[in-house]
Design a protein around this ligand. Structure first.
Ligand code: NAD
Ligand code: DAU
Length: 339
C-alpha cells in the first residue's frame, strides 16, 4: 500500500508514521504537512532514514496542490491527522480551525474521490461535548449526539458530518475514529502533560484550570495508532469507531502523578482562571472497536505515564528546540529552501 499521512509532523501523526513503518515494512508512506507552529520535522528525523518514507510540505486546503500530489503519487489510502488541534487557540482565533479542519478535510476528500482513494478521518471524542462529573455510569458511544463545546470541537464535528455525507452521496470509502486524549512522545508542550513536564523540570509553576476537577480519558498514543491501523485495514466504510482505554483521571490527579514521578513538589501547582466552555468529563465506551475489530489498549495510564515522562526527560533537547524556536529551522536545514 501507498499511504498519505497528513499532519504527520505533529504529535500523533509522527507516532503513526513510526508505527506503520515498523508494522508494515513494505508500505510506502508519504507525509504531507503544512508545518504550522505545531509541525516539527525533527519528530520525523529517524523516518527520513527509511527509503519507504518521504515528506511533502503543503496545506490540505490547497486544492491545486492536492490534485497535483494525488495525480502524481496515486495513493491507496489517506489518513488525515492534519488539523488545528488546541482548544485554547480555537477560543482566541477560531478562523484557521474552520479553514484547515473543515475545508481542508473537504479538499482531501475531493482528491480521494477523483483518484479513487480510501479515506480515514482522525476525529476526536470532543465532538460529543461533555458528560456530567457526577454520572460515572455515562460514556460516549458512537450514537451519542454531536454537541461540540469549542470552536475546535465544532470544526471537527463539522468535518465528521462531511465525511459521512461524502460516503453516503458519493460512495467514498471513508471511516472515522473518535479517540480520547492522547499522551506519549512528541506532543507539543502547549498540551497539558508535556506542559507539566516541561514547566516542572524548570521549577516553574504548573497552571491548572479552575479547580482541576475536569476529567479526561487518557490513552497512550501507540494504542491510538494501532486502532487507526486496524480501522484502515478492517473497518467498514461509512462507520465511526470510538477509541479509548478507560483511563479516566481528573486534571489534579494527572498533575499530582506527574509531579510525584518527577520528584517535584505539589507547591508548583497554580490554580488559574478556567477555560471558557471547559468540558467537564470525557469517557469513551470502546465496545464497538473491541467487539467488531478486536482492538484493545495495551497501556494503562500508570505505566504509560512513567515511560512518557522518561521519554521527555531523555529528550530535553527536543523540548528546548521547541521552547527556543529552533525547531522551525529544521525544514530549511534539511531542504535548504528546496521542496
Ligand atoms: P498536532 O497539533 O500535534 O499536529 C497537527 C499537525 O497538522 C501539525 O504537524 C501541523 O503542522 C499539521 N497541519 C495543521 N494544519 C495543516 C494544514 N492546513 N495542512 C497540512 N498540515 C497541517 O495535533 P495532534 O495532537 O497530533 O492531533 C492529530 C489529529 O488527531 C487531529 O486531527 C486531532 O483533532 C486528532 N486528535 C487528537 C487527540 C489528542 O489528544 N492530541 C485526540 C483525539 C484526536
Ligand atoms: O479528547 C481529545 C482531545 O484532547 C483532542 O481532540 C485535542 O486535540 C487535544 O488537545 C485534547 O484536548 P484537551 O483540551 O482535553 O487537551 P489539553 O491538553 O489542552 O487539556 C487537557 C485538560 O487539562 C483540559 O481539561 C484542560 C486542562 N489544562 C490544560 C492546559 C493546557 C489545564 O488545566 N492547564 C493547562 O495549562
Amino acid at each position: 500500500m501507498k499511504i498519505l499521512v497528513t499532519g504527520g509532523a505533529g504529535f500523533i501523526g509522527s507516532n503513526f508514521i513510526y508505527y506503520m513503518l515498523k508494522k508494515h515494512p513494505a508500505y510506502k508512506i508519504v507525509c504531507l504537512d503544512k508545518l504550522t507552529y505545531a509541525g516539527n520535522l525533527e519528530n520525523l528525523k529517524e523516518a527520513f532514514e527509511n527509503p519507504n518514507f518521504s515528506f511533502e510540505k503543503g496545506d490540505i486546503a490547497d486544492a491545486e496542490k492536492m490534485d497535483g500530489l494525488f495525480g502524481r503519487e496515486r495513493f491507496d489510502a489517506v489518513v488525515n491527522f492534519a488539523a488545528e488541534s488546541h482548544v485554547d487557540r480555537s477560543i482566541s482565533d477560531p478562523q484557521v480551525f474552520l479553514k484547515t479542519n473543515i475545508l481542508g478535510t473537504g479538499v482531501l476528500m475531493d482528491a480521494c474521490r477523483k483518484y479513487s482513494c480510501r479515506f480515514h478521518q482522525v476525529s476526536t471524542d470532543e465532538v460529543y461535548g461533555d458528560l456530567p462529573l457526577d454520572r460515572k455510569d455515562l460514556f460516549f458511544t458512537e450514537n451519542t449526539p454531536l454537541k461540540a463545546s469549542s470552536p475546535y470541537s465544532a470544526s471537527k464535528a463539522s468535518a465528521d458530518l462531511l465525511v459521512l455525507a461524502y460516503h453516503r452521496t458519493f460512495g467514498l470509502e471513508a471511516t472515522i475514529s473518535r479517540c480520547s486524549n492522547n499522551y506519549g512522545p512528541f506532543q507539543f508542550p502547549e498540551k497539558f502533560i508535556p506542559l507539566i513536564i516541561s514547566r516542572a523540570y524548570e521549577g516553574k509553576s504548573v497552571p491548572v484550570y479552575g479547580k482541576g476537577e475536569n476529567v479526561r480519558d487518557w490513552l497512550h498514543v501507540d494504542d491510538h495508532c494501532s486502532a487507526v491501523d486496524l480501522i484502515l485495514h478492517k473497518g467498514k466504510a461509512g462507520e465511526v469507531y470510538n477509541v479509548g482505554g478507560h483511563n479516566e483521571r481528573t486534571n489534579l490527579e494527572v498533575v499530582r502523578t506527574v509531579l510525584r514521578e518527577m520528584g517535584k513538589p505539589e507547591e508548583l501547582i497554580s490554580f488559574v482562571s478556567d477555560r471558557p466552555g471547559h468540558d467537564l468529563r470525557y469517557a469513551i465506551n470502546p465496545s464497538k472497536i473491541q467487539n467488531e475489530l478486536g482492538w484493545n489498549a495495551v497501556y494503562d495510564f500508570d505505566s504509560g505515564i512513567k515511560t512518557t515522562i522518561e521519554w521527555y526527560l531523555n529528550n530535553m533537547d527536543w523540548l528546548k528546540n521547541i521552547t527556543d524556536g529552533e525547531y522551525k529551522n529544521y525544514y530549511e536545514k534539511m531542504y535548504g529552501g528546496r521542496g
